[in-house]
Ligand binder design. Structure first.
Ligand code: FES
Ligand code: FES
Length: 163
């Protein structure tokens, strides 16, 4: 079987990955690297549970083949956000406003929220809905999620605080 080799930095740690080029990034993360915070919902690009960041941009790990992720890429999964100031702000805001119920969508939701807030610029309800349009939640009705992200935007760490 043909394989490819990739050097990636994931959540600040260097990884050497060898895998089949068409293997889903989601499977490499979950099965090979045991980064199981990233979830599989639909497996076909419809739910956003598998959202991760590649070079700062949110992508669906179930739709991306490992071979499409370039050598030297910087990847961020939900595990990498846990101990960042921005990730903590988001977790607290989601928890405070009851924006998580069953929790299945939340890892992908948090990664999309982080990608939006770290980009800077206007964060109003329309921008939040747009940035999370690919993240499906079956429980919350989205209202609390939008409110939590607005709250996180107010509390977002300013440059220089290591977000
Ligand atoms: S598991 Fe990737 S979009 Fe649903
Ligand atoms: S909290 Fe259950 S799917 Fe979103």
């Amino acid at each position: 079987m043909q394989t490819i080799k990739r050097s990636w930095t994931i959540n600040g740690t260097h990884y050497e990955v060898e895998t089949a080029p068409l293997r889903r990034l989601l499977d490499v993360l979950r099965e090979d690297l045991r980064l199981t915070g990233t979830k599989e919902g639909c497996g076909e690009g419809e739910c956003g549970a598998c959202t991760v960041m590649v070079d700062g941009e949110p992508v669906l790990a179930c739709l991306l083949a490992a071979g499409q992720v370039p050598d030297g890429a910087q990847l961020t999964t939900v595990e990498g956000l846990e101990h960042t100031p921005g990730g903590r702000v988001l977790q607290e805001a989601y928890a405070e406003l009851g924006a998580a119920q069953c929790g299945f969508c939340i890892p992908g939701m948090i990664v999309s929220s982080y990608a939006l807030l770290q980009r800077g610029g206007t964060v109003d309800a329309a921008a939040i809905r747009e940035a999370h349009a690919g993240n499906i939640c079956r429980c919350t009705g989205y209202k609390k999620i939008v409110a939590a992200i607005e709250l996180a935007a107010e509390r977002w760490p300013t440059a220089g605080t290591g977000k």
